[in-house]
Design a protein around this ligand. Structure first.
Ligand code: SF4
Ligand code: SF4
Length: 420
């Protein structure tokens, strides 16, 4: 490990914007109670502002007189290898990049983005968690973090086509919409694909799958490796351009969605020639505009439902009304909101790569305890989500706490309740 590599990267990332952000912090501590890992553990080292402490030290010590004086007088040490190891725990095990701290900061500091820079430095220094490093290597080699390659996807598409009794469009040139799934759905939620296929067909959308661009996941974003992020997102860009699609429709992955929608234009330095949309938004639009009619109250069957706002799809993506519109029609008065919700919602605890870090299991489950509390207060027995990663965290969390609360995907519910 090389702390010098990390310091150099921190310094490199410290442009005027980062410097202004670091200078603006008043140490008010408001961001602390916004963080589910801080709230779940009560440990000050999991306070968001502490997670960017290495960035502040690198910046001050390199660029400010005060910082240089602190080092010269022995008040503050230079960043060491041990520091890098220590902050790897705070910034990887104890942060899901959920952005809630950025929302509450009265100074408008985007702490989550700064944490992304710290992650990048830690990764460059070789101190990222082994589980994440492995998943990143596997995705670079195969296209998916779990090693699902072209053949696995081809088999899944063929199985689904057989079950549906119809051909699925694959790499269809000139289609309007490229549907991008994730490896999580192959084993975990195979019904997501036929459900979305039914919705798209019902809406009369000319769509296609691809065996070139297969997985919306982007381990480069998660681990803070810009080169890998660009390579993985670039593959999707190239495929979408080659197929000539007008829209890339992301089925579940939160970080993958915001990487394509928000980061990719900056990476390639120009606007995308296609729209990036999440299926959660499209479902709501199709229902709102009457393109698809739902059997109202179809799932109002004695169960009580709540909706989980995923950090990247809802808080960062702004897609909050559309899934609620669909769910409301499906379950009527059986829909109860968790509090807080929408942009102030609490993360499920499993994002930002935490599910791939074995050592983070305890803190991940501790944070999920906050979610259980919310669900109980809402009086819900079923949680509905639009992200498969969140859905897996809920499944594991309910098993961990031995609860029989259920979790469902919105697309699967909607596909069952469309008026023929
Ligand atoms: S981004 Fe979310 S998980 Fe990370 S420090 Fe901020 S509130 Fe905590
Ligand atoms: S809320 Fe903002 S100003 Fe307050 S401690 Fe956190 S980052 Fe600093």
């Amino acid at each position: 490990m090389e702390s010098e590599t990390a310091i150099n990267l921190f310094v490199k990332k410290t442009g005027a914007w980062v410097a202004a952000q670091l200078e603006a912090c008043t140490r008010c501590g408001l961001c602390a109670t916004a963080c589910h890992y801080y709230e779940a553990t009560g440990k000050p080292e999991f306070a968001p502002v502490w997670k960017v402490e290495l960035l502040r030290r690198a910046y001050e010590q390199r660029f400010t007189l005060g910082g240089k004086a602190k080092v010269a007088l022995g008040i503050e040490k230079r960043i060491s290898d041990d520091d890098i190891k220590e902050w790897s725990v705070y910034d990887f095990h104890g942060c899901s990049m959920c952005n809630k701290c950025s929302f509450v900061c009265p100074m408008g500091i985007d702490i989550a983005s700064l944490i992304g820079s710290v992650r990048a430095g830690i990764t460059a220094a070789g101190a990222a968690p082994a589980g994440l490093v492995k998943k990143t290597e596997v995705q670079v080699a195969t296209g998916s973090p779990n090693g699902a390659g072209r053949q696995e996807y081809a088999d899944w598409f063929a199985r689904t086509a057989k079950e549906m009794g119809k051909e699925l469009p694959i790499d269809k040139k000139g289609a309007h919409t490229l549907l991008l799934l994730t490896n999580l759905e192959i084993a975990g939620f195979p019904n997501n694909l036929p459900s979305i296929a039914k919705i798209l067909d019902k809406a009369g959308i000319d769509w296609t799958l691809s065996l070139e661009a297969r997985d919306a996941f982007n381990m480069g974003t998660i681990i803070g490796n810009g080169k890998v992020m660009k390579q993985l997102a670039g593959k999707i860009y190239d495929t979408a351009v080659a197929l000539g699609v007008k829209r890339v429709l992301v089925s579940c992955c939160g970080h993958g969605y915001t990487t394509l929608r928000d980061k990719l234009p900056n990476v390639i330095g120009k606007p995308l020639p296609f729209e990036v949309q999440h299926i959660a938004e499209l479902m709501g639009i199709l229902v709102r505009e009457g393109t698809i009619k739902l059997k109202e109250g179809y799932f109002a069957n004695g169960h009580t439902y709540t909706f989980h706002d995923s950090c990247k799809i809802q808080r960062a993506g702004g897609i909050m009304d559309e899934p609620r519109l669909v769910l409301q029609q499906l379950v009527g008065d059986s829909f109860h909101e968790m509090l807080p919700n929408r942009e102030q919602a609490i993360c499920c605890g499993g994002g930002g790569g935490l599910r791939a870090i074995a050592e983070a299991y305890d803190i991940r489950m501790a944070a999920f305890g906050l979610k259980i509390d919310q669900i109980n207060k809402a009086g819900a027995d079923t949680v509905v989500t639009t992200c498969s990663n969140c859905r897996l965290q809920f499944k594991e969390g309910f098993e961990h706490y031995k609860l029989d609360t259920q979790v469902s995907g919105l697309a699967e519910l909607m596909a069952q309740a469309m008026v023929e």
